[in-house]
Design a protein around this ligand. Structure first.
Ligand code: FES
Length: 139
């Protein structure tokens, strides 16, 4: 192997190593910027009806964001984004009061998502729900 061939080999080898390192470094950024799994076709999530107890809230991920599902009255379900419309904290369900509380600034929302008190400027974002046998189709 002459000097020219060794030089070519070295350049190609260093290029391959550099490309590999660039790929390793870029992968976390790619994963961070990639859309979150949506949980189903067209972002629709299927939740077994039995997971939503009467008077209880069921929190889940919807299109990469926290959401909540509850049975407002027997057989009537509602789903909302669980992100407070004030500054984006995650709401909690207070079953004894039948309302949502935002722990950050004490914003309160009714079981239909409307603002009851506190600084939230808008109701919770509603997500459509359909009953399909023993399942609830959200989205
Ligand atoms: S972020 Fe919810 S009340 Fe402020």
């Amino acid at each position: 192997m002459d000097v020219s061939s060794r030089r070519k080999f070295l350049i190609i080898s260093l290029g391959a190593v550099g490309a590999s390192l660039a790929g390793v470094a870029a992968y976390p950024l790619f994963r961070y910027l990639s859309p979150q799994p949506t949980g189903g076709e067209k972002g629709r999530v299927t939740i077994p009806r039995a997971q939503v107890g009467a008077g209880q809230a069921h929190f889940f991920q919807f299109r990469g964001h926290p959401a909540v599902l509850l049975e407002r009255t027997p057989g009537v379900f509602a789903a909302f984004s669980a992100i407070c419309t004030h500054l984006g904290c995650i709401i909690r369900w207070l079953p004894e009061k039948g309302e949502f509380l935002c722990p950050c600034h004490a914003g309160r929302f009714a079981s239909d998502g409307k603002v009851l008190a506190g600084p939230p400027p808008r109701p919770l974002q509603v997500i459509p729900v359909a009953v399909a046998g023993d399942n609830l189709l959200v989205g």
